[in-house]
Design a protein around this ligand. Structure first.
Ligand SMILES: C[C@](O)(C(=O)O)[C@H](CC(=O)O)C(=O)O
Length: 328
């Protein structure tokens, strides 16, 4: 009998397409987020939509809503962990620990793409960063050509390193991936548009692609035409679109991004901006009315439920403990 092994839901293999016919003696190994993301890229033509998440709660909400992938924003990580602006202040440790926590809330759930900024140093630091992201369970990362004291890609006054230095970062990342036999998806990002123009961006991305980068990211498109052109100029190489509403470029919806031919669409500020608005409105109300005004039904239990309360109680009971037999 021919045996077909396909990827089933929850990242588990299915044999002959039917999870119920699995041989119970077969040792099933769930696949990593990296392999899952790579397969989504290589074996489908879907647009992989990744809401930007920056902490455990925002990631839990994305998981609850069933997104097929997530994006850990560096800007959001810097804002939430350091309380600082996206100006190159978050270091490898801040980024890796945040990514590791988020990627492991559901290790066989949606793959996590994480921001790796500049790689945090020279080739040795890039190698260390890539190794740590792999070990953290990150499925894909983007690495860029801004100078080390970088800034958000949607601010003015960006500076990039020369092409050779950028390619050194890509080479260091790629050889680490190869050395560790990892499926992690390498996304080459360029921020050269402001300083050097569109043609230089395409040249940098083509060179990164030729060194083995899996996906390209041209940061800060100034028009929809330019975004569409980039997809065409680099086809069939997959491109990622970073959609920052009220950022440097036009608003492009997921429907338009798909039609243009992008393969991954991250929304860096998808959680951070609403969190700011929601928290600010609530705290203003506390100041003026003496109460936060949380809507009925939104108590601790409801919020903890988003954060895996039932699952935790089940794990505890299965271990034979009775801490939650009477509920919480
Ligand atoms: C994608 C990005 O690197 C991020 O940290 O989310 C930022 C987003 C932002 O600050 O607007 C970037 O585009 O540089």
């Amino acid at each position: 009998m021919a045996i077909t092994i396909t990827l089933g839901p929850n990242g588990q293999y299915q044999v002959n397409g039917d999870a119920n016919q699995l041989d119970p003696n077969l040792d099933l190994v769930p696949i990593t987020g990296a392999t899952k993301l790579r397969r989504m890229l290589n074996e489908t033509d879907e647009l992989i939509v990744c809401p930007g998440v920056y902490d455990g709660l925002s990631a839990r909400i994305a998981l609850q809503l069933g997104f097929s992938a997530m994006y850990m924003t560096g800007a959001g990580t810097t804002a939430s962990r350091l309380g600082m602006a996206d100006l190159g202040l978050a270091q490898l440790h801040d980024m890796k620990t945040n990514a590791e926590m988020i990627a492991n809330l559901d290790p066989y759930g949606p793959p996590l793409i994480a921001d790796m900024d500049t790689g945090y140093g020279g080739p040795l630091m890039v190698a260390k960063s890539v190794q740590q992201y792999i070990q953290a369970g990150v499925a894909g990362f983007h690495i860029e050509d801004q100078v080390l004291s970088k800034r958000c890609g949607h601010l003015a006054g960006k500076k990039v390193v020369n092409r050779e230095e950028y390619l050194m970062r890509i080479r260091a990342a790629k050889s680490t991936i190869n050395r560790l036999h990892s499926d992690i998806v390498l996304i080459a990002r360029t921020d050269a548009l402001q300083q050097h123009g569109y043609e230089e961006c395409i040249a940098r991305l083509k060179a990164a692609r030729d060194l083995g980068a899996d996906v390209g990211l041209l940061e800060g498109f100034t028009s929809k035409e330019q975004a569409r052109q980039a997809v065409q100029d680099l086809a069939p190489w997959p491109l990622l679109l970073n959609m920052v509403e009220n950022g440097a470029g036009p608003v492009i919806t997921t429907f338009e991004a798909k039609e243009m031919g992008f393969r991954i669409n991250i929304f860096s500020f998808a959680s951070l901006a609403p969190a700011y608005l929601g928290i600010k409105a609530a705290l203003e109300r506390l100041k003026t009315d003496g109460v936060v005004g949380t809507p009925e039904g939104l108590g601790p239990r409801k919020l903890f439920e988003v954060c895996g309360l039932s699952e935790s109680m089940k794990i505890d009971a299965e271990a034979g403990n009775s801490a939650f037999v009477n509920g919480v």
